[in-house]
Design a protein around this ligand. Structure first.
Ligand SMILES: NC(=O)c1ccc[n+]([C@@H]2O[C@H](COP(=O)([O-])OP(=O)(O)OC[C@H]3O[C@@H](n4cnc5c(N)ncnc54)[C@H](O)[C@@H]3O)[C@@H](O)[C@H]2O)c1
Ligand SMILES: O=P(O)(O)OC[C@H]1O[C@H](O[C@H]2[C@H](O)[C@@H](O)[C@@H](O)O[C@@H]2CO)[C@H](O)[C@@H](O)[C@@H]1O
Ligand SMILES: [Mn+2]
Length: 441
C-alpha cells in the first residue's frame, strides 16, 4: 500500500502538534511515509519541530521527519501540502482586531476590516506556497485552511485557476459536532446536510439522518433557546469567548428561523452588540497568545528539555480529521461528501457563477464536484452578494495594487458604517502593514 509524503506549511503553527497527533491516529486510513514541516520563521518552527521529532521517534519511528525553511527541500517529492500559515502572526492579528475597534467597528480575525487586512497579507503567502508545490511536486494537492479562507480561495481562483488546491474550513465541522451532541448522535457523520453560503457566512437548510428523517425541527428548537451550546460539557470549548459565540447563534437564528446559521454571522447582524462587548485593549489575539500559543509552545519546550514526549499534555486535534478525509478522497477516490469552498458554477442557481461559495461537494481523485443547492432566499442572497463583492474587491486591490478598490471593499463591508470611517481604518491598517501588503497606488 502506498505511503504518503506530507508537507505542513506553517510548521510553527499552534495547530501543528495536534494535527500530527491526529495524522498518527489515522495511519490505518492514510499511511504516511514522510512528514516535513515548512515555515519562513526558523526560530518559531524549531520549537514545534524539535518536539514533533521526538514525539514521532517515540510513536511512529517508521515516519521520516524533517523541518526546513528551504522551499526546495520542503516541496520536493510530496503528495500533499497541508497549509495553515498566518502571515504576520499573532502580532498582526492583534492589530487587525484593535485598529477597527478604535473606530467603533468590529475587530475580528476574518470578519470585517480585520479579515480584509489579513487577506491582503495572506494572498501572497499562499500563492507562494502553491507555486513552490507546483514547481517541485507538480502532482501534489494543496489542502488549504489558512485564513481568511474566503479571500484566499478567491485569490487562487482568479490568479492560479488551474492549481490543485482545495480550500476548507473547520467551522461548519465544529458546529456540526455540536449539532450531533445536541441531537444525542455519536458523530456528525450520522447527519447529511445541505448548506449554502460563503466561508464563515453560511446557513444549513436541511439536515437528515441516514434514514432520511428530518433533524432540523429539533435542532431549531434547541438553537432558539440555547444557540449551539450543548449540555455535554466535554463538547464545550475551553474558552468562554467561544462559548459566548455558540450561545449568540440563538439571536442570529431569529433572522431566519427556517435555517440554522454559521456562528460568525453575529459579527454582521449584531455589530453594535459585539463592539459594545469587546475590550479594545484585550482582544481574541491576546487570549490566544496567553492561552493556546503559551500552552503549545510551553509543552513543546518541555518535550525538548526532557527529550521525551511521555506525559505531554499536547493532545490530538480529532476534529481536524476532516483533513484526513479530504486527503483520502483525493488519494483513494472515496467520493466523500464534504463542505468545501469552491467556484459556484451553478451550485447556487441564482448567484454569481464565479463566486467562491461554501457548499457540499463530492470529492474524488479529480477534485470536488459541487452539488446543486438550488435557489437561495432573497435575504441570504442580498447579504452574500454584498460580502462576495467585498472579497472580490480585496483580491483585485491586491492584484492591481489599488488603494481605491481596497477603500471600496472596506466601505462595502456590512460591518463598516461609512466611507469616511472605512478610509480612516484603511489608512491605519495600511501604515502597520507596510511589510506585508503590496504598495497601494
Ligand atoms: N480554516 C480553518 O478551518 C482554520 C482553523 C484553524 C486555524 N486556521 C488558520 O490556520 C492558520 C494558523 O493558525 P495559528 O493560530 O496556528 O497561527 P500561528 O501564527 O501559530 O502559525 C502560523 C505559522 O505560519 C508561519 N508563516 C507565516 N507566513 C508564512 C509564509 N509565507 N510561509 C510559511 N510559513 C509562514 C508563521 O511563521 C507561523 O509559524 C491561520 O491562518 C488560521 O487562521 C484555519
Ligand atoms: O480565535 P481562534 O484562533 O481560536 O479561532 C479562529 C478560528 O475559528 C474557527 O475554528 C474554530 C472552530 O470553529 C470551533 O468549533 C472551535 O473548535 O475552535 C476552532 C478554532 O480554535 C475557524 O474555522 C477558523 O477559520 C478560525 O481561524
Ligand atoms: Mn474557518
Amino acid at each position: 500500500m502506498k505511503r504518503f509524503s506530507i508537507t505542513i506549511a506553517g510548521g510553527g503553527s499552534t495547530f501543528t502538534p495536534g494535527i500530527i497527533l491526529m495524522l498518527l491516529e489515522h495511519m490505518d486510513k492514510l499511511p504516511i511515509d514522510q512528514i516535513k514541516l515548512y515555515d519562513n520563521d526558523e526560530e518559531r518552527q524549531a520549537i514545534v519541530a524539535g518536539a514533533c521529532e521526538i514525539l514521532l521517534k517515540e510513536r511512529a519511528p517508521e515516519i521520516t521527519f524533517e523541518a526546513t525553511t528551504d522551499p526546495e527541500i520542503a516541496f520536493t517529492g510530496i503528495d500533499f501540502v497541508m497549509a495553515h500559515i498566518r502571515v504576520g502572526k499573532y502580532a498582526m492579528r492583534e492589530k487587525d482586531e484593535k485598529i477597527p475597534l478604535k473606530y467603533g467597528v468590529i475587530g475580528q480575525e476574518t470578519c470585517g476590516p480585520g479579515g480584509i487586512a489579513y487577506g491582503m497579507r495572506s494572498i501572497g503567502g499562499v500563492l507562494e506556497i502553491v507555486d513552490y508545490m507546483e514547481k517541485y511536486s507538480p502532482k501534489a494537492w494543496m489542502l488549504n485552511y489558512s485564513n481568511p479562507a474566503a479571500i484566499v480561495a478567491e485569490a487562487t481562483r482568479l490568479l492560479r485557476p488551474n492549481s490543485k488546491i482545495l480550500n476548507i474550513c473547520d467551522m461548519p465541522i465544529g458546529i456540526e459536532e455540536l449539532m450531533a451532541s445536541i441531537l444525542g448522535l455519536s458523530s456528525r457523520k450520522e447527519m447529511e446536510v445541505k448548506y449554502y453560503g460563503l466561508n464563515h457566512f453560511g446557513w444549513w437548510f436541511d439536515i437528515r439522518d441516514k434514514q432520511g428523517n428530518d433533524l432540523l425541527p429539533a435542532l431549531r428548537k434547541h438553537v432558539s433557546k440555547h444557540g449551539y451550546v450543548t449540555a455535554d460539557k466535554s463538547k464545550q470549548h475551553a474558552d468562554q469567548s467561544w462559548n459566548n459565540t455558540f450561545a449568540k447563534a440563538k439571536d442570529v437564528q431569529v433572522l431566519d428561523p427556517m435555517t440554522l446559521p454559521n456562528t460568525y454571522l453575529k459579527y454582521y447582524f449584531y455589530s453594535d452588540y459585539e463592539v459594545a462587548h469587546a475590550d479594545p485593549t484585550y482582544t481574541r489575539a491576546n487570549e490566544v497568545m496567553a492561552g493556546r500559543e503559551k500552552f503549545v509552545f510551553g509543552e513543546c519546550k518541555k518535550i525538548i528539555e526532557n527529550q521525551t514526549a511521555e506525559g505531554t499534555e499536547l493532545h490530538i486535534d480529532e476534529h481536524a480529521s476532516y483533513i484526513v478525509d479530504l486527503a483520502r478522497a483525493i488519494a483513494y477516490n472515496t467520493k466523500e461528501r464534504m463542505l468545501l469552498i469552491v467556484e459556484n458554477n451553478g451550485s447556487l442557481l441564482n448567484f454569481d457563477s464565479t463566486a467562491m461559495v461554501e457548499v457540499p461537494c463530492i470529492v474524488g481523485s479529480n477534485g470536488p464536484e459541487p452539488l446543486v443547492m438550488g435557489e437561495i432566499p432573497r435575504f441570504q442572497k442580498g447579504l452574500m452578494e454584498q460580502q462576495v463583492a467585498v472579497e472580490k474587491l480585496v483580491v483585485e486591490a491586491w492584484h492591481e495594487q489599488s488603494y481605491q478598490k481596497l477603500w471600496q471593499a472596506l466601505t462595502l463591508s456590512k460591518t463598516v458604517p461609512s466611507a469616511s470611517v472605512a478610509k480612516a481604518i484603511l489608512d491605519d491598517l495600511m501604515e502597520v502593514n507596510q511589510e506585508f501588503w503590496p504598495k497601494l497606488h
